[in-house]
Design a protein around this ligand. Structure first.
Ligand code: SAM
Length: 357
């Protein structure tokens, strides 16, 4: 139990009134998915994600405040929570936080909350077992290469490939589902890895998901060709064509309407590939997500130009009912979609690592 005053004061999730509406945005989309960043710190400095600036730029909150936030969102209809960062495995007390959240029940459906985590995997070998025991169900590991030299060039941490591989295997052994391995492709950095990732999926029994590079960072002086440009994006059609040369692909059905990945296996049914194409094939129409940053700001879209100070309202003494009403109002104005590639597109007010990916 995370035993701070904030948790002790907490009310249980109230009984649902007949006819009570779940959280929806102004476009009628049910909001069921929360991404919660539990720290802004990261132990990798991936060339495209974290600029040359080391260290966190935003504070972490006490765990009890995250617990209160999650409880509020669950009472409004959130059913899926993904813990992220920064690097979430750096956060002291993460397993206790997950244990606390695992004790909550969804309010608008039977069963359990869906609890997942996104990590760079560097500390996963030791932590997979304790996280599973705490109630974590699924894990996604970010890994942008399947060879040591390319991985080190991207993460700027020597030996990262071996560490992450050990973490993936430990997560599979701990029963954290079929591990998803997310790879962001940057032309000229790791687009040579596509075929090797196909083999990796088949050999390791993991789901490999290729993600199109999105414009989230401001270009920096020490650019080295790593800033976003349309040319640097390796798009879905090109990825599919390259994979087809490994073996013929077979499309798999989506798991649910708000699935972001197009899913494939190979002709012999071994291996699974997902392609997430926010740039060339946007999927905002079914978006069911909101995000809370490590410092407790509510964001309604990855590309939002502003955020909303949930932690500040909590600190000033707002009641749970007041916060629920406020959250409903903020979510009403969730953006219809992002505008990547359109004239006048603006990068978000924070980059991915400071939002929570
Ligand atoms: N440290 C954790 C991890 O590595 O998974 C969680 C945070 S990290 C920011 C989450 C994911 O965002 C990583 O898979 C990373 O590759 C991805 N990411 C960061 N910048 C991106 C960008 N510009 N476009 C697409 N994905 C990006």
């Amino acid at each position: 139990m995370i035993s701070t005053q904030a948790t002790l004061d907490e009310q249980p999730i109230p009984i649902r009134e007949a006819g009570e509406e779940r959280l929806r945005d102004g476009h009628g989309r049910a909001i069921t998915d929360l991404r919660l960043s539990v720290t802004d710190r990261c132990n990798y400095r991936c060339v495209y994600c974290r600029t040359g600036t080391d260290g966190a730029q935003y504070e972490d909150l006490p765990l009890a405040e995250y617990v209160r936030m999650v409880r509020l969102f669950v009472s409004l209809g959130i059913e899926k929570i993904r813990f992220t960062g920064g690097e979430p495995l750096l956060r002291q007390g993460l397993a206790e936080l997950i244990r606390e959240v695992a004790g909550m029940r969804p309010r608008f459906s039977d069963g359990e909350l869906d609890l997942a985590l996104t990590t760079n995997g560097h500390l996963l070998e030791q932590m997979a077992g304790p996280l599973k025991a705490a109630g974590l169900q699924r894990i996604t590991v970010s890994m942008d290469a399947v060879d040591d030299a390319t991985m080190t060039r991207i993460t700027r941490v020597p030996g990262s490939f071996e560490r992450v591989l050990a973490g993936i295997r430990a997560a599979q052994a701990a029963g954290l589902g079929v591990v998803k391995v997310n790879c962001v492709l940057l032309r000229g950095f790791n687009d040579s890895q596509i075929e090797a990732f196909a083999e990796f999926s088949r050999a390791e029994g993991v789901i490999v998901r290729f993600i199109e590079f999105m414009p989230l960072e401001e270009p920096s002086a020490e650019d080295n060709g790593r800033s976003w440009s349309p040319e640097r994006v390796v798009g879905m059609d090109e990825i599919i064509a390259r994979l087809e040369r490994v073996r013929p692909l077979r499309a798999l059905p989506a798991n649910h309407a708000s699935e972001t990945a197009r899913r494939f296996t190979f002709d012999d049914g071994r291996g699974e590939i997902g392609i997430i194409a926010p740039v060339t094939h946007p999927f905002c129409g079914h978006c069911s997500r909101i995000r809370v940053t490590s410092d407790g700001k509510l964001r309604t879209c990855l590309f939002s130009q502003s955020d909303h100070d949930l932690a500040g309202r909590m600190a000033r003494g707002a009641s749970d009912d007041e916060l629920r009403q406020w959250i409903r109002g903020v979510v009403q104005h969730k953006e219809a979609r992002h505008h990547i590639g359109e004239p006048g597109f603006l990068k978000p007010s924070r980059s991915m690592v400071h939002i929570g990916g």
